[in-house]
Write a protein that binds this ligand. Structure first.
Ligand code: SIN
Length: 501
């Protein structure tokens, strides 16, 4: 087993929650290769833990265990599945302090945001505990005499979750809660940056009473991620894959899953537009944008990337936004005064820097920020940045940023705003601020995205269907019926009554 740095160990109330081995079939194990890899704190660029580097050769054991467990778990009553999820939920809440600390070290996000993520994540455990008991079939009047037609819902089987590093607890629980409520078992592959929080969840799932094999976690490196993920996607016993991440990787996984016609949920890239009209409440729009854009240093698929502001309020809105952005305090996530942490991966810095340089080259004006911060430990810090006078020629107009940078694009008319907002291959979320009720409705209908915020910024919620259209993927991950259905099959029965055919 690998060591744990005193930097985090001293901050944990229950050090037994810190797990740094893979979890398969109820056992804490090492990779077959015996290799381990380092986990780095993005706020200091220092190693604070290590994990087994599971590889494709480790996949079959985990899938077999999950399948063995499924044969029993699928017979658990909905009430028992709901009770297990409720217990899991209670244990996560009870241990939120330690989970939040682990999250800060893994992702870099400020402690208050880590607590926010746990609150968000447990909205899924709570919600899907309820959904477990709302899984229902239907009956249909038959056209033919003597016939009875009906459907039942049954769990799919072993499911794989491929989870990103930006909200590692919320994204594991959004997928696992739905799967476990449905009666499926799961093999989760967290990102190389954030395996520890997923392993703590496995520990708490065990404490909640989940039988061995129901929930398994395979940590791995960036180098082994493609082959391990491919092994899960191609495994004939895995019946469903749920992935949150980039559109590029989503397309690759989709091709792997095609070999067994596996059911897929893909929550992919964003590049989301945020449209502010002259008649908007500018304070409301600005507060929503600040929370949406700078949450986790802009590293969310649903974050606003491109901000379109109508010319009548452009200068006023830019000034308001700049003033609020300058109040952000950048620092290590464990520092209580920090309101924005580092980006989680160093390549994130390069991407933001490249977009800033490109914008400047195309006539963009840096209103605030624009630079890496090198004076803060050795962490991956970038100034919260606003670019004004942005145009569609700039990289930021077509590339998702995934960092603390936003660009302001002036526009004249509603028609122009819709055209610009929709001018992307992606369609995850779009946002619109106006006090004109007719326009609200038109924008809702005309913006091409799976989720539309109307005078609302971040709209993610367990009760609200989450998912995109176009190249942002397909399938829904929360909300009533739709999300749990992703883990169920609908079986149709036709009964013919004797003497009536
Ligand atoms: C994401 O960025 O991938 C998810 C964010 C959310 O659920 O709000």
């Amino acid at each position: 087993m690998g060591e744990i740095s005193p930097a985090i160990d001293s901050k944990l109330k229950h050090p037994e929650l810190f797990r740094n081995q893979a979890y398969v079939n109820g056992k804490w194990i090492e990779a077959k290769s015996g290799k381990r890899f380092d986990i780095i704190d993005p706020g200091t660029n220092e190693k604070f833990a290590s994990c087994p580097d599971m590889a494709a050769e480790d996949v079959d054991d985990a899938v077999k265990a999950a399948h063995e467990a499924f044969l029993a778990y699928r017979t658990f009553t909905p009430r028992t599945r709901a009770d297990l999820l409720a217990k899991f939920d209670a244990l996560i809440r009870e241990h939120k302090d330690d989970l939040a600390t682990i999250l800060v070290f893994e992702t870099g996000k400020p402690l208050a945001e880590a607590y926010g993520e746990i609150e968000y994540a447990t909205s899924f455990t709570r919600w899907f505990a309820g959904e477990a008991e709302r899984i229902q079939g239907t009956t249909f009047p038959a056209a033919m005499p003597g016939r009875r037609i009906f459907t039942i819902k049954q769990p799919l089987g072993v499911c794989a979750a491929l989870v990103p590093w930006n909200f590692p607890i919320a994204m594991v629980l959004r997928k696992a809660s739905a799967a476990l409520a449905a009666g499926c078992t799961m093999v989760a592959k967290p990102s190389p940056e954030t395996p520890l929080s997923a392993l703590t969840l496995a520990y708490l799932a065990e404490k909640a009473g989940y039988p061995k094999g129901v929930f398994n976690v395979l940590p791995t490196t960036l180098a082994n991620t493609p082959s391990l993920s491919e092994a899960l996607c191609r495994h004939p016993t895995v019946k469903k894959v749920s992935f949150t991440g980039s559109t590029r990787v989503g397309k690759i996984l989709s091709a792997h899953c095609a070999s067994t016609l596996k059911k897929l949920t893909l929550e992919l890239g964003g590049n989301c537009p945020f449209v502010v009209f002259d008649d908007a409440n500018l304070d409301q729009a600005c507060d929503a944008l600040m929370a949406l854009k700078f949450r986790h240093a802009g590293q969310a698929c649903v974050t606003a990337n491109r901000v379109y502001v109508q010319k009548g309020v452009y200068d006023e809105f830019a000034a308001l936004l700049a003033a609020k952005t300058q109040e952000i305090r950048v620092g290590h996530g464990m520092d209580k005064s920090t309101t924005m942490g580092p980006v989680t991966v160093p390549t994130g810095l390069d991407k933001v820097a490249a977009q800033v340089e490109d914008a400047k080259k195309h006539g963009g004006v840096v209103v605030t920020g624009g630079n890496r911060i090198t004076s803060l430990n050795n962490g991956y810090f970038f100034e919260p940045t606003i670019i004004a006078n942005a145009t569609q020629k700039m990289k930021i107009a077509s590339e998702e940023t995934f960092g603390p940078l936003l660009a302001l694009f002036p526009f004249d008319t509603e028609e122009e705003a819709v055209k610009l907002a929709n001018d992307t291959s992606m369609g995850l979320a779009s946002y619109c601020f106006t006090k004109n009720v007719d326009r609200i409705w038109r924008m809702f209908e005309n913006l091409e995205a799976g989720m539309i915020g109307l005078n609302s910024g971040n709209s993610s919620a367990a009760e609200s269907p989450f998912g995109g259209i176009k190249e942002s993927g397909f399938g829904k991950e929360s909300g009533k019926d739709v999300a749990i259905n992703e883990y169920l099959i609908t079986k149709t029965g036709t009964l013919t009554l004797e003497g009536q055919y």
